[in-house]
Design a protein around this ligand. Structure first.
Ligand code: ZN
Length: 246
């Protein structure tokens, strides 16, 4: 029984140590997520900005094509004016020339405004692209760092757990089952009894149970927390200890 308890204590020692490391491993994606989400949001924003610039560019091109056609129409109207045989034709051609000129002028003003807007848009896009590139580099750096610490943590877990299956194989299956159930529920499965008190839940044991645990002929559980109980060995009192204490 003493040996079984010793093995269970070793198992708990390993599991407690690896539990913290496993938690650190599980926390890694959550630590990366905010920066990754920011990056994704900004990248989507860039796509929107580029799309808007492209659309404006198409609109500008259309307007310039229209101006080109209007200029051709203006040339036609001017030759009509030159060929006008009567005042009615002359008046119509003059009005057409005036209309075309006004229309071309107005459209050119619009195109000019669009050019300015495009320039501002492109400058803004460049700044945003630089910001996103910086953030991307940062996220990639973080990912590399986290992947490095992930490997190191995984290696630590493996190192600590090296003898675990060997220990486990020496524990009676029914004890192991009880250990696993309590471990999962409480985070620790073995508790020392000091002065009749379970050190897992800090409740006093019934005197009869205290005696049974002290006898050590079977594995007993705390009635409150279900942890498997043992009486710790008294610390060896050597001369060295006493000189350190004084
Ligand atoms: Zn207890």
């Amino acid at each position: 029984m003493k040996n079984q308890l010793e093995l269970l204590k070793q198992l708990q020692h390993i599991d407690t140590q690896t539990k913290d490391i496993r938690q650190s491993i599980e926390a890694i994606p959550a630590q990366l997520n905010p920066a990754k989400q920011d990056l994704q949001k900004l990248e989507t924003m860039l796509v929107g900005e580029r799309k808007q610039i492209d659309e404006t560019e198409i609109w500008r091109k259309d307007q310039e094509d229209i101006v080109e056609r209007e200029e051709e129409a203006l040339v036609n109207a001017k030759s009509k004016l030159a060929e006008a045989k009567n005042s009615r034709d002359f008046g119509a051609a003059s009005r057409e020339i005036d209309n075309k000129k006004r229309s071309i002028h107005d459209r050119e003003q619009e195109i000019l405004k669009v050019y300015e807007a495009l320039e501002r848009g492109r400058a803004k896009l460049t700044t945003h692209e630089e910001d996103v590139a910086k953030l991307r580099t940062h996220v990639e750096g973080e990912e590399a760092k986290f992947s490095e610490s992930l490997s190191s943590l995984t290696a630590q877990v493996e190192e600590i757990s090296a003898g675990r299956s060997d220990i486990e194989s020496q524990i009676k299956p029914e004890f192991l089952k009880r250990y696993n159930v309590v471990m999962q529920r409480r985070g620790s499965a073995i508790a020392a009894v000091v002065d009749g008190v379970c050190q897992g839940c800090h409740m006093g044991l019934a005197p009869q149970l205290g005696i049974q645990v002290a006898r050590g002929d079977s594995l007993h559980s705390c009635r409150q927390c279900n942890r498997l109980l043992y009486i710790p060995e008294p610390p060896p009192e050597t001369d060295e200890d006493q000189s350190e204490a004084s």
